[in-house]
Design a protein around this ligand. Structure first.
Ligand code: GAL
Length: 725
């Protein structure tokens, strides 16, 4: 028996040497990531660079460092970097190299999740839309066109990092890279081709010789030497697939994302800290907060469908980059406590003893000292436990950390930091608005295409815009009975998603929209038609492309029918195969009304002739930048749905008209957390405020443009400062 264990340890040692020898400075063994020969407990946090501005990055990184982080984790966002094949973009919010160098300058490491599939509530999971139209392609499986494109982009990024000497082995900050993202569940569903793809992805990545380890998250069969890692609210029970791999947690969910129509999720810091301590006490050595700063889905980058523009995530740094207290502070204390145990945590495996029915001690006993974690798993009762020479009070669902096995320096449920209250202080209201009403039927045939039948939306728009018009003429004979009896025909439209406005003869007849849980929608309404030609115009609107699900690239959007009109002399008409005229995007988009130059291409109405609560209306106003440095937001409480631009930069989609469903109730930190457990803002707009980055403003004359689909009232829109006190 003794010999057996000894042999096993020698094998482990040998393997660890092999994996660490692969690169001079980053390797791993069963305990931890090894940097320059030292096992490390690594505390990491996700900050996705395009979800903030380069001007915000240094401050976010400093706050992450001050919060006790060693590593910044980010995905790489393919569709931001390669908007059309071979045309790369690495500027501004997509300046990946700059972001990584800033992290390096702050003295932190980087975990680069190249993907290039990222999920992340990001449009199309990070895939460029053109990828969908590569002949013969199927995403994320053993498919040659897909693999070729994935390899090309992965190589592009790796080579870029090498050229800039950003991998740790060349003196840079990158200590880990990730290939794919949570592929395990997909592989499980699709079987053999999935298995082959996993193998290929791992081999391809390892073949790029970055000199630092690769990881795959939620991938039980990650091939050697790739490390499989855990994602979730809790990961204490996770075991990597080989005894010589360290126990790593790549996504500690600090909250959850907000969807339009959903309430705002929060996760109590007591439970978050408890989950982390639980992971560390059971031998974990790397964890990453997803998200540490969530930020904003600017432009049309939100995934979906129905992801909100805010990606706050209830993260320790809020959407605007302010410290979210007590979360930030309590985690900082947790990190300090964990770091004071590091010497013991990396040296030995814990021994576990029972302290009571629902209580345990995890002890790391080393030659140079001892560290202990005392845990109370009970969700209701505080307990006093005896450990060593002392007695310790443990609140329910909590862990105390004793870096010397004597003094409890931290308990996960004892929060000493004050809660910071958010204030949204109005700076400007009643801006000098002007309006321009968008056309709802086309007298102008330019830019239209007429086709037989109904076409899929993304095929038509290539996701260059949210909007696609489907237009047709309904000719009503003067002998139709409904013209006399007033029983107007029933128009029924099935749409694959996501939202739909129905206009008849230029008038809005109705609006329908789906939800994340049920993106499909049906419009069914009796419609007033007149004898002769009636202009039917359907405005189909996409609200972010799916970012998750097996073969999500095949999911449709737009009006695919059937469309029927019931209650005519001849019964029901099936309109699905009629001739439909298509127009991509809004006229205002084509004119660039949101840009500084384009905005002067039309005559805007003002004063008494301003549009009043009209659907499909553009509004513009100018304002001077308010003094100071407080983050800014637009209060869109009086608006319905649409998009916002500042000086030509897209702030994102607004949809305060979508009210959060569900019940919020009270929230007890104790007990297993799940995403719907602690929600706020039920019965209120899912998102009322929209972040306006300071760096997008000039001192005077900033152009604010809002495209409003529903008919909100711009008079009440205001610019506010966000403060936390
Ligand atoms: C994970 C995924 C992340 C993100 C998260 C939910 O499964 O890896 O990219 O989508 O879920 O916020």
């Amino acid at each position: 028996m003794g010999v057996g264990i000894q042999t096993m340890w020698s094998i482990l040692l040998l393997l660890s040497c092999i994996f660490s020898a692969a690169s001079a400075s980053v390797g791993y063994d069963h305990k931890a990531i090894i940097i320059n020969g030292q096992r490390r407990i690594l505390i990491s946090g996700s900050i996705h660079y395009p979800r903030s501005t380069p001007e915000m990055w240094p401050d976010l990184i400093q706050k992450a460092k001050a919060g006790g982080l060693d590593v910044i984790q980010t995905y790489v966002f393919w569709n931001g970097h390669e908007p059309s094949p071979g045309k790369y973009y690495f500027e501004d919010r997509y300046d990946l190299v700059k972001f990584i160098k800033l992290v390096q300058q702050a003295g932190l490491f980087v975990n680069l999740r190249i993907g290039p599939y990222v999920c992340a509530e990001w449009n199309f999971g990070g895939f460029p839309i053109w990828l969908k139209y590569v002949p013969g392609i199927a995403f994320r499986t053993d498919n040659e066109p897909f693999k070729a494109a994935m390899q090309k982009f992965t190589e592009k990024i790796v080579n870029m990092m090498k050229a800039e000497k950003l991998f740790q082995t060349e003196g840079g900050p990158i200590i880990l890279s990730q290939i794919e993202n949570e592929y395990g569940p997909v592989e499980w569903e699709i079987g053999a081709p999935g298995k082959a793809y996993t193998k290929w992805a791992a081999q391809m990545a390892v073949g790029l010789n970055t000199g630092v380890p690769w990881i795959m998250c939620k991938q039980e069969d990650a091939p050697d030497p790739v490390i499989d890692t855990c994602n979730g609210y809790y990961c204490e029970n996770f075991k990597p697939n080989k005894v010589y791999k360290p126990k790593m947690w790549t996504e500690v969910w600090t909250g959850w994302y907000t969807e339009f129509g959903g309430a705002i999720p929060t996760r109590p810091v007591e439970d978050l800290a408890f989950s982390v301590a639980r992971f560390i006490q059971s031998g974990g050595s790397f964890f990453n907060y997803y998200m540490y700063h969530g930020g904003t889905n600017f432009g049309r980058t939100a995934g979906g469908p129905f992801m909100a523009t805010s990606y706050d995530y209830d993260a320790p740094l809020d959407e605007y980059g302010l410290l979210q207290q007590p979360k930030w502070g309590h985690l900082k204390d947790l990190h300090k406590a964990i770091k004071s145990c590091e010497y013991a945590l990396v040296a030995v495996d814990p021994s576990v003893t029972k302290l009571g029915n629902n209580q345990e001690a995890h002890v790391f006993n080393t030659k140079s000292g001892c560290a202990a974690f005392l845990a109370n798993y009970d969700t209701k009762y505080p307990v006093r436990v005896s450990f060593g020479q002392g007695q310790y009070d443990l609140p329910p669902w909590s862990i105390s950390i004793l870096p010397d096995c004597k003094t409890a320096v931290f308990n996960t449920a004892k929060v000493t930091w004050k809660t910071s209250q958010v204030q949204m202080k109005p700076v400007y209201s009643r801006l000098p608005w002007q309006s321009f009403i968008e056309e709802t039927t086309t007298s102008d045939e330019s830019g239209t295409t007429t086709l037989d039948g109904l076409y899929e939306q993304i095929y038509m728009t290539r996701d260059a815009t949210d909007y696609l018009w489907y237009m047709t003429d309904i000719t009503i004979g003067s002998d139709e009975a409904f013209l006399n009896n007033g029983k107007f025909p029933l128009l029924t439209i099935f749409s694959a998603c996501h939202a739909l406005h129905v206009f008849i003869n230029g008038q809005l007849s109705g609006t329908v929209y789906g939800s994340l849980e049920n993106p499909k929608l049906t419009f069914s309404q009796n419609v007033k038609l007149r004898p002769g030609i009636n202009k039917l115009a359907l405005l189909s609107i996409s609200v972010g492309l799916p970012n998750v699900g097996t073969h999500f690239e095949t999911w449709n959007a737009g009006v695919l029918g059937p469309i029927s009109l019931k209650g005519l002399n001849t019964g029901t008409w099936d309109m699905s195969r009629w001739k439909w005229t298509y127009k991509i995007g809004m006229k205002g988009e084509a004119l660039g009304l949101h840009t500084v130059t384009g905005s002067s291409s039309v005559d805007w109405a003002e004063g008494p002739s301003m549009a009043k609560k009209q659907p499909l209306t553009w509004y513009k106003a100018t304002f001077n930048a308010p003094p100071g440095h407080a983050p800014l937001a637009l209060d869109m409480g009086s608006m319905g749905k649409g998009q916002i631009w500042i000086n030509g930069q897209s702030v994102g989609r607004h949809w305060p008209g979508y009210i959060a469903q569900g019940s919020c109730g009270t929230c007890n930190y104790a007990g297993t957390f799940y995403d719907k457990k602690c929600r706020t803002y039920c019965g209120k707009p899912s998102q009322r405020w929209y972040h306006i980055p300071r760096s997008w403003l000039t001192p005077t004359g900033n152009l604010l443009v809002v495209f409003e689909e529903w008919g909100g009232d711009p008079q009440w829109m205001s610019l506010v400062e966000r403060v936390r006190v």
